[in-house]
Each structure stands twice: as C-alpha cells, then as structure tokens.
Write a protein that binds this ligand. Structure first.
Ligand code: FES
Length: 109
C-alpha cells in the first residue's frame, strides 16, 4: 500500500518505476526508494529469518542501525534494505541466518 494523497503534501506525482525480483516474485518499485519501502508497498513484511530460533524479522529502525532488515541482494548477504535503493533487475531474497557465503570475485562461492 502506498500513500497517493497526503493531507499536507497533496497528490504524489507519478514516479518512474523499476522491477525487482523478491524470492522469485516480480515486484514493481518506485525509482529511488529503498528496497524495504518497495517491500512494504508490496505487502512483504519478513526480511530475514533468525539463525538460532528461526523467527521472522522485518523493518525495525528503518535508519540502518539495527540490521533486522538485512536480506540477500544480488547474491550478497547482510544488505541493509532500509538504506539501500532499488535498482532495475535487482534480485532480493529472504535471508536465512547469516545468509550464503559471499561471492568470490569470479562470482562463485
Ligand atoms: S531496519 Fe534497522 S537496519 Fe534496517
């Protein structure tokens, strides 16, 4: 859900959009917004699953301080989605525990 009319700011101007893939699902995002904002607008609330207890975590501080929103972005784990802008064609995955091992320079693990 997005705010399309704000009582003080008025009508929101249409934004250019990009498409990202979240756990295999195509999601349309506004150019310039954060990954977390795009996920919230798409109704996606779980960003990661904790390592020890397997519980879901989602957006908490929204200012890049708590790491509750980390996800695997383009194969890179531990990306803070609340401060990372979307990019067209980006792949985002729910992070399980510490996520996959980081990619080596050649793209292998
Ligand atoms: S929600 Fe706290 S770092 Fe992103």
């Amino acid at each position: 859900m997005r705010v399309t009319h704000h009582p003080i700011l008025g009508e929101q101007s249409p934004a250019r959009t990009v498409e990202i893939t979240v756990d295999g699902r195509k999601v349309t995002a506004r150019e310039g917004e954060t990954i977390a904002a795009a996920l919230l607008a798409a109704g996606i609330r779980v960003n990661r699953i904790t390592r020890k207890q397997g519980t879901p975590r989602g957006l908490f501080c929204a200012i890049g301080q708590c790491t509750d929103c980390v996800m695997v972005v383009n194969g890179v784990p531990n990306v803070r989605t609340c401060v990372t802008p979307v990019a067209d064609g980006m792949t985002v995955e729910t992070q399980k525990g510490g996520g996959p091992a980081p990619l080596k320079s050649g793209g292998s693990r």
